[in-house]
Design a binder for this molecule. Structure first.
Ligand code: AMP
Ligand code: ZN
Length: 111
């Protein structure tokens, strides 16, 4: 998508601190961290949010999530992390390209 900030980051048109990349996803540091460690897992395929999953996208996303296990040390989240997915502006979504927030490094308040 031409006007999508995450597509531009994926293409390298906007700089980011890229912590990991493979054919399915990038993992970058969030520009405005809400925790000591705040990173974003961003599938390379553009779709707006978690309600746009189909079988293929769900399988790709599962692959991305499975890789988290092996990336914990590299990402600095091995002591624990919280995953957050915002869906819709009312839930706080501001970038309409699916992404998973990975929060770590400080004690999280309970729900
Ligand atoms: P959400 O509010 O769930 O849509 O999350 C979007 C996230 O993207 C926010 O936490 C922003 O701080 C982050 N963000 C926006 N622009 C950039 C950027 N250029 N590089 C890294 N993170 C960004
Ligand atoms: Zn996009």
């Amino acid at each position: 998508m031409d006007d999508c900030i995450f597509c531009k980051i994926i293409k390298g048109e906007i700089p980011s601190e890229r912590l990991y990349e493979d054919e399915k996803m990038i993992v970058i540091r969030d520009i405005s961290p809400k925790a000591k460690v705040h990173i974003l897992m961003i599938p390379k395929e553009h779709y707006a949010d978690i309600t746009c999953l189909d079988e293929k996208r769900a399988a790709d996303l599962a692959e991305c999530l499975l890789k988290l296990n092996g990336l914990q040390e590299r990402l600095g989240i091995s002591k624990g992390f919280r995953l957050v997915v915002n869906r819709g502006a009312s839930a706080g979504q501001t970038v309409f390209h699916l992404h998973i927030h990975i929060l770590s490094g400080s004690k999280m308040p309970g729900f």
